[in-house]
Design a binder for this molecule. Structure first.
Ligand code: FAD
Length: 247
């Protein structure tokens, strides 16, 4: 009886082990399938090992990868000039040629490349060697531009500020690791400037709508001096603090 009981349980255990094992191997193969298919299609330019991890397994996939290698070095100047001239055949090798690698050119190049266009960029000096090297790095709608838009009743300028405020929110959202909210303090030395700056800052906040950052606020003379003791105390009335984004 004891023998029968044992044999029966060994049989059950073997059956469970075989079924479980088969199920495990089947699932593992299924999980790996898309990665193996991808490895079979990518260009054999770089060799890398990839690690695919899920809750249960860490699977090392040795093979070819289309990811750029960290030690990638750009082609030589001669090679790049050859590519630009397209010395081998006379077909245009690029969809777009950008002149200047400042903020505008680099941004345009990145945008175009991510849309699948073949992009060439020529720069006479170095990336961001021009005006872009002097930027305060504010990602702003521009309080001054809003002031100008209202004073000159310039609707185009107003739309520009609105669009820039939207871009500011997008930038905070997609690049939180390099962007942060920056409080900016405007010292006020004339009484009439208190309502002027207050209304201006609040309009700026409101224009951002749901994409607004921290709200602006007024600082009394005492609080402003507490925060910035080196401010010129003569005739200081107070300060207005508003927020923008910096990178
Ligand atoms: C002091 C200061 C502070 C600023 N602060 C801010 C700020 O906080 N936030 C903000 O949004 N903006 C700011 N700006 C404005 C901003 O910096 C500029 O709008 C922006 O950098 C312009 O970029 P760009 O690519 O158009 O020009 P540039 O940065 O000048 O780039 C032009 C590039 O083209 C190259 N080039 C020119 N001619 C040729 C040629 N024939 N062949 C090859 N290459 C060529 C140049 O070498 C240069 O690298 C500030 C500007 C200044 C001056």
């Amino acid at each position: 009886m004891w023998r029968t009981f044992n044999r029966k349980h060994v049989a059950y255990a073997s059956f469970a082990a075989i079924t479980g094992g088969t199920y495990y191997l089947y699932n593992r193969a299924k999980r790996l399938q898309p990665y193996q298919q991808r490895l079979a299609t990518i260009s054999p330019e770089l060799f890398m090992s990839e690690t695919y991890t899920d809750a249960l397994n860490t699977i090392q996939l040795e093979g070819l990868s289309d990811r750029p290698h960290t030690l990638w070095t750009p082609p030589s100047r001669k090679e790049m000039l050859n590519m630009l001239n397209n010395a081998e055949n006379n077909e245009p090798p690029f969809d777009i040629l950008i002149i200047g690698g400042g903020a505008t050119g680099s941004g345009t190049a990145l945008d175009a490349a991510t849309r699948g266009l073949k992009v060439a960029l020529v720069e006479r000096d170095d990336f961001a060697s021009g005006t872009s090297s002097r930027s305060t790095k504010l990602v702003h709608g521009g309080v001054r531009y809003l002031e100008k838009a209202i004073k000159e009743l310039d609707y185009e300028q107003f739309k520009l500020v609105k669009e820039a405020l939207h871009e500011r929110a997008t930038f905070l959202h997609i690049a939180p690791y390099i962007s942060y909210q920056l409080p900016i303090m405007l010292p006020i030395y004339k009484w009439w400037q208190v309502p002027y700056f207050w209304i201006g800052s609040k309009c700026y906040d409101m224009l951002a709508g749901r994409e607004a950052v921290e709200s602006s606020y007024f600082l009394t003379r005492g609080k402003a001096l507490e925060a910035f003791p080196w401010l010129n105390k003569d005739k200081l009335v107070g300060a207005m603090v508003y927020y923008d984004v910096s990178a």
